[in-house]
Ligand binder design. Structure first.
Ligand code: FUB
Length: 446
């Protein structure tokens, strides 16, 4: 019986190890997410931060040697397709550059063009500093074949490609300012003079351009240092080269102090999304970042409603999955806090700590399905023992379970009956009814 229970518990854990909340890649550092919709899936091409060590990159600075691509058809379950381009397999790249910075990818006539900036080994031919190259594939997840040489005439970082409704492709990049040029139909060469997009803020660094069109409005979006750290801003115009009119912020500076932000904006299944990054797994070092998603919407006049970053992220969470309430929608201001489960390995995630009765966490959009769920399991521990109440709809909504957490410093799986099953998508509330210092890792229904 013990073996059967252990097998069932590990099955539950394996079947539910995917995440929808922020950050949404949970086993490595990721930054600069370029999201694209190809067919029925969203593909995300981020930078891949690693930690520099002596002899490998520059300690205390960005360190990136390769790129992965991730995809999802629901923004909840993500597949890592593995490494697609690495610095020592690109003929022109300095193999110890560790500067494979923010990339982008676009589809044209069934081919996928992956643009990436880095340092060239031949500084006489391609100059010092950053230039931009392309790798080409037949499928979004690769395999990608890098070109022999970088794109002629481009010096800078953060490539972004936009294809207009008339089929003309544009390449944008940054080097303090934002630059742009037309691309030839082969997507590998410039087809115009390089233009500085001069209508954007003149003071403070601008980088990471991302251009899209909606209802005839061309949005030039970019991180900009107006104050101390980067804020996502935008300007609008009526063609891909402007003139642009500065409108405002898409997202304010991060409360965490992460100096960079870098984003992309897509529409998927009738909803717009902002992909961006913060430093969730690395609170003290902002060159080890993690990518996030939040919903984005527009006002009737086409201006963008400012996006407030959340930990809850997007998508619907199945009640039968391990619901990470530490990625909350809202947390009580008194008595609730979030901490890493293991500061030696932060990728293990977080716990919610309820310190006193009345402390709570709210987690929205949990799908309870249509077949009655009979029990709830919680992974918890409690210094003095405690009682957790689970409610739906609102803080005073129906109690669907009451779980007694025994006094223990060890994590324990505790099961309790569901008292009052309700079908459908509900907001979930976990509230400490009695007790002190009660940590909750996850909660799941079956
Ligand atoms: O990831 C390295 C650099 O940091 C990017 O190229 C910039 O946009 C900033 O996010």
């Amino acid at each position: 019986m013990k073996k059967i229970i252990t097998a069932c518990v590990s099955l539950l854990i394996c079947a539910n190890s995917l995440f929808a909340q922020n950050p949404f890649i949970r086993d490595q550092f990721t930054a600069d997410p370029s999201a694209r919709v190809f067919g029925n899936r969203v593909y995300v091409y981020p930078s891949h931060d690693i930690l520099a060590t002596e002899g490998k990159g520059r300690v205390g600075w960005f360190c990136m040697e390769d790129y992965h691509v991730f995809s999802s058809d629901n923004l909840t379950d993500w597949t890592d397709h593995g490494m697609i381009v690495t610095q020592n397999k690109v003929p022109w790249v300095r193999p110890d550059s560790y500067s494979m910075w923010a990339p982008d990818c676009i589809e044209r006539n069934g081919k996928y063009y992956f643009y990436f900036p880095t340092a060239a080994k031949d500084t006489v031919a391609y100059g010092r500093g950053f230039t931009i190259g392309v790798a080409v594939a037949d499928k979004p997840e690769g395999p990608y074949i890098p070109q022999e040489t970088p794109i002629k005439g481009v010096r800078g970082i953060d490539p972004n490609v936009f294809i207009d409704n008339d089929g003309q492709a544009y390449l944008y990049w940054s080097a303090g300012n934002i630059y742009g040029a037309k691309l030839k139909a082969n997507m590998l060469e410039l087809d115009s003079e390089v233009k500085i997009l001069g209508d954007l803020p003149t003071k403070g660094l601008k980088e990471g351009p991302y251009v899209f069109e909606r209802n005839g409005i061309y949005y030039m979006t970019y991180p900009h240092v107006e104050n101390k750290t980067e804020r996502l801003e935008y300007a609008i115009g009526d063609n891909p080269f402007g003139p642009f009119k500065i409108v405002g912020a898409v997202m304010d500076e991060s409360a965490s102090g992460c100096w960079t932000n870098h984003h992309s904006i897509i529409q998927f299944k009738n909803q717009w999304y902002l992909f961006y990054h913060d430093k969730d797994y690395s609170p003290r070092f902002d060159k080890a970042r993690s990518i996030r998603i939040d919903s984005l919407s527009f006002n009737a006049d086409g201006t963008i409603r400012k996006v407030i970053p959340t930990l809850r992220g997007v998508g619907i969470t199945k009640a039968t999955s391990q619901i990470q309430i530490d990625r909350y929608t809202q947390l009580s201001t008194d008595g609730s806090s979030i901490a890493f489960l293991d500061t030696m390995n932060r990728f293990k995630g977080w716990e919610t700590i309820f310190a006193k009765p009345g402390a709570w966490s709210q987690y929205n959009k949990v799908d309870f399905g249509s077949k009655p769920l009979k029990s709830v399991t919680i992974n918890a521990r409690s210094v003095d023992g405690g009682i957790l109440e689970v409610r739906i709809d609102n803080l005073n909504g129906p109690v669907i379970a009451e779980i007694k957490i025994p006094k223990s410093n060890e994590w324990k799986l505790i099961e309790a009956p569901v008292l009052n099953y309700k079908a459908g998508i509900k907001n979930l509330f976990v509230i400490l009814k009695n007790g002190t210092q009660t940590g909750t890792d996850w909660i799941s229904f079956k």
